[in-house]
Structure formats: C-alpha cells, structure tokens
Design a protein around this ligand. Structure first.
Ligand code: PBG
Length: 319
C-alpha cells in the first residue's frame, strides 16, 4: 500500500476526498445597534457585528471565495413571543439588506428560530410550562417571510418544531417568494456541544432544556425519519447537527437521500479544537483540515463552520 503514499504528488493524485471552499457556509452574529464589532469571549475569532458593520465582513468572506454566510440575530429586546424576530428593522433583516446591497452574489442564509429572541430562551412559545409546537409555527413562518422580504436567499429553520418546513414553504409561496430555498436543520440533536454558541447568541434556556424538541443523540434511525419528513414538507437542503459526534448519521443520510446534505461543525467542536491548540496539544490548522475533511468524507456536501475563513485561506495555499 505504501507505493501510493510515497510522495505528495502521488498522494494528491489518489486522494478520495477533496475539500473545497465551495463547501463552506460561514456563520455570523448580528447584534442590534450601531458601530459594533465586539469579540465574542466564548468563541475564538468570532464577533458580534451590528448591521452597519456586516457588509465589510461579508465582502471579506466573499473575497475568500466562500459562497454563503449564515446570519444569527441578537435583538435589542427580548419578549415572550420573540417579536423582534420578524421585525422589518430587526438585526438580521437590516444585515441581510446591507449584505445584498454590497455583495449581491454572496448567498445570505438566515437562521429561523426564536431562542435568541424569547425571554425564556426557548425555541418556541411556552404554554403550560412547555414549548407549544403549533402556536410556534405561525411565528416561525412570519420570521422566515420577513427574512425573505429583506432579500435572504435561503432560510434555515433550526427550532425543531414539527411541521415548520411546511408552514414556512406555504407562507413563502403565498407571498411570491417561491425562489427562496429552505435549508432545514432536519436532524438536530440535543447536544452539549452548543455551549459556546449559547453564550455568543445569549440563547441559553432560562429553565429546563431542549430535549423535548431536539433529538436524542442516541437515535440514528429516527434521524432518517426526521430528514424524510422535512424533504416531504419541501426542504431543499437537509442538515445534520452537530457534525463530529454524528458522522454516522451524515453517512446514513447520504446513502439514503439525494438532496444536498449539510452538516454543522458546531461551536463546541470549534472551541474544543481551538483550546487544545492554544494549550499546545495539537496543530490547529492541521486538525481543522482533518476534521473538515472527515465531515466531507462522511457525505456532507455543505459544511457550516466557524473555520470557513481559515480553511479557505489554507486551501488557497495548498489545494
Ligand atoms: C438555535 C441554534 C443553536 C445553534 C444553532 N442554532 C443552539 C441551540 O439549539 O441551542 C448551535 C450552533 C453552534 O453551537 O455552533 N436554535
């Protein structure tokens, strides 16, 4: 076997999996306000940016060849229903308009979920101490519509309510946004790897946890049912999240479904590697490329990752 490993050139020739900048979506955090670019304490090299500062960042992302950004919003005020989520002048709506004006070819994907906007920190509205599925659908649809109106190319529901893909598809069609695609967080697990993100997005639940709506990490067959339902409801792209402890789920999804599959290399995965590198335990860039390649090898077409910019630069040096 070593004959085909004997030089960089021959290794390059027989390499089975090629990571490309085209695979990446770069997540950004938009905070209501002006003139803000504040480092996020829990996430290395990530910032809270106000809508007026977002276009510069978007331009840099586009100049690296990354095809898309994913926008998460932090509102000025939270309330029980999360009503800033569908405000015309909400942080994501303003940021979307600003990006589309400056870099129209960069795809804007928007996160559709209420947890950053609700005072309870839950992904839906609460009734009798629980997240009410059907009452939440209408709010999510409203939120997705306001993103489409601002110019979003793709809306990405991450709330894990049942039936939300259908509800969003319907409201988009009824309002003339049939061209807006849906990337659903179809198999999103109740994971402990979202910790740094919840600090960054200020979206930790005030009580309880998300296990009543996000999936049990033990269930891979159920993940296939979730994905199948979302495709039936009209999802164009389906996502598995997190990526690293669910590579088998990505693989199974790839065997079974023919639509594009996305995988989210989440905040805890990102910081696990960064902190290990900071401690001098591993080479950050090499570990980053290995991890991203493993996600692609498992079968993901699209990788959502905070490493997108670093990996794009690295790919330029040695594709
Ligand atoms: C919101 C949402 C979360 C993430 C993406 N969208 C957190 C959660 O469900 O608690 C996590 C992303 C990451 O950890 O990088 N529903």
């Amino acid at each position: 076997m070593r004959r085909l490993r004997s030089s960089a050139t021959i290794r390059r020739m027989v390499r089975e999996t090629a990571l490309s900048v085209d695979d990446f979506i770069y997540p950004l955090f938009v905070r209501a306000g002006e003139g803000l670019k504040t480092p996020i304490a829990s996430m290395t090299d990530c910032y809270h940016l106000s809508p007026d500062r977002i276009a510069d960042e978007a331009q840099e992302v586009a100049s690296l060849g990354i095809p898309a950004v994913l926008l998460f919003g932090l509102p000025a005020k939270k309330d029980e229903r999360g009503s800033e989520a569908w405000a015309e002048d909400g942080s994501v709506q303003l940021a979307t308009r600003a990006i589309k004006e400056r870099v129209p070819d960069l795809l804007v994907v928007t996160d559709v979920c209420l947890c950053e906007y609700t005072s309870t920190g839950h992904c839906g509205v609460i009734k009798d101490g629980k997240v009410d599925n059907d009452a939440t659908l209408e709010l999510l649809a409203r939120m997705a519509l306001s993103h489409a109106q601002a110019g979003a190319d793709i809306v990405a529901p991450s709330d894990m309510m049942d039936g939300r893909v259908r509800a969003i598809r319907q409201v988009l069609e009824h309002n003339g946004f049939d061209h807006v695609a849906i990337m659903s967080y179809a198999a999103k697990f109740a994971s402990s790897f979202y910790g740094p993100f919840r600090d960054a997005a200020e979206s930790a639940p005030a009580f309880g946890d998300r296990r009543g709506y996000q999936m049990d990490p033990a269930n891979a067959r159920e993940a296939m049912r979730e994905i199948e339902l979302d495709i039936q409801e009209g999802a164009d792209i389906v996502m598995v999240k997190p990526a690293l402890s669910f590579l088998d789920v990505i693989y199974r999804a790839r065997q079974r479904f023919d639509c594009p599959i996305a995988a989210y290399n989440v905040s805890g995965e990102y910081m696990m590697l960064n902190t290990a590198a900071d401690a001098g335990l591993l080479d950050r860039d090499a570990a980053m490329m290995e991890v991203l390649t493993s996600i692609k090898r498992a079968g993901a077409d699209i990788i959502l990752t905070y490493f997108a910019k670093s990996a794009a630069k690295r790919l330029r040096q040695s594709p």
